[in-house]
Design a protein. Structure first.
Length: 394
């Protein structure tokens, strides 16, 4: 097997079983491996792992196995996928929804592979060179293990370009209507656009947080900013909210949000939709003297990497400052960040600064994270990207 040799003293992360090997840690590569090909990783001349080679990425290799004797072949992917899917079947969410994340990349031992299930449709993302190399084997194993005939590929994330891979979307197994895939979550009906929606079509990582907001919403006037397709908004109304104002800048997302509202037996007169830039619209609401008992902030990823953190921090502070000003005394703010470049500590600091500038006293009464079908390997803290706070205004 072709081999990758680590520089002296650069094997600490591999010994901690971190799956990424950066280009700066590579001394040399023997044998001219192709993109995505498996290489034997050696430290001080000793085999320590098997990884997928990615010559065009700053992450030169992603580890498949820390057993240097492992064979990366069809059976490896079949058994690894089976283990990941069996884990999901053991989770409580399996009893409450037919939409779950089945494969969560590095944390499931499959770096760069994301697979979400929406009822009878799988959506797969091949985001790095390794899964791309084994794409057909992985697709066959997914179809066999899940029984799903339809698999839609959403390999259109920007990260593929960093791997030297072109975007690719469309059905790769089977075929069916992809624009409105019906799912059920805690008894609520949603429609998922797997072809054009954000990520793979729906934010499955927020499942339990939507349920928590549902439990908190009774009798409250709610603002759902960055509402996307209305997941939090519909959950709040189902929880007995007095009224929900759902705001998003995407007309296409709001169209699906309206369909999601109509798909449930809820009083549609208690929800209104606004197509607007949230930053500007919050200020307009403030100028109009509006206020709310519950505000939900679930913005898109402002800082995918640490390089964007400074600008992201300003954006997070802005929306949280205005949200706190719009919040009535005793009101609740559920605020989130899905930016991997923003740590839990930094996010809390940003929100604290927003409260200080708003002249508002607030307390953290709960913390939020991703649903259990988005596990985080202890050796891969980067997988813990979603963080959230539930604040109460004094």
């Amino acid at each position: 097997m072709k081999s990758l040799h680590l520089k002296a003293g650069r094997d600490k992360s591999v010994k901690r079983r971190h799956p990424w090997i950066f280009s700066g840690a590579v001394e040399r590569v023997d044998g001219s491996p192709g993109t995505g090909e498996s290489v034997l990783v050696k430290a001080a001349g000793q085999p320590v792992a098997i990884a997928a080679w990615s010559p065009k990425s700053q992450i030169s290799a992603r580890v498949w196995s820390f057993d240097a004797a492992a064979r990366i072949e069809k059976s490896f992917f079949e058994s690894t996928l089976r283990k990941a899917i069996q884990l999901r079947k053991s989770l409580p969410a399996f009893q409450h929804s037919n939409a779950l994340r089945l494969v969560h990349g590095e944390s499931d031992g499959l770096p760069g592979l994301i697979v979400d299930r929406y009822a009878d449709v799988l959506v797969a993302q091949f985001l790095s060179a390794g899964p791309e190399h084994w794409r057909e084997v992985i697709l066959d194993a997914l179809a066999a293990e899940t029984g799903c005939e339809a698999i839609y590929e959403r390999s259109d994330a920007e990260v593929r370009s960093l791997e030297g891979l072109e975007a690719r979307v469309g059905f790769v197994r089977g075929n069916r209507e992809a624009k409105r895939c019906p799912i059920v979550e805690h008894g609520l009906q949603f429609r998922v656009d797997v072809a054009a929606g954000q990520k793979t079509g729906f934010f499955l990582d927020q499942r339990e947080n939507r349920q928590r907001v549902r439990a908190l919403a009774a009798g409250r006037e709610v603002l759902d900013a960055f509402c996307y397709t209305g997941g939090f908004a519909v959950a709040a109304l189902a929880g007995g909210a007095q009224h929900v104002l759902a705001v998003d800048s995407s007309a296409a997302a709001l169209e699906v949000a309206k369909e999601n509202l109509a798909a449930n037996t809820l009083d549609t007169s208690k929800m209104s939709f606004e197509e607007a830039d949230v930053f500007a619209y919050q200020r307009l609401l403030r100028e109009q003297g509006r206020s709310f008992d519950l505000v939900i902030l679930d913005p898109p990823k402002f800082a995918p990497t640490a390089a964007q953190v400074k600008n992201a921090a300003r954006a997070y502070k802005d929306i949280n400052l205005m949200a706190l000003k719009l919040l009535r005394p005793g009101g609740l703010l559920a605020t989130f960040s899905c930016s991997g470049g923003v740590s839990v500590e930094l996010f809390q600091s940003i929100v604290a600064g927003a409260a200080a500038d708003a002249g508002v006293d607030a307390k953290i009464i709960e913390r939020f994270g991703a649903a259990a079908d988005h596990p985080v390997a202890l050796s891969f803290p980067e997988g813990d990207y979603l963080k959230g706070l539930l604040l109460v205004r004094a």
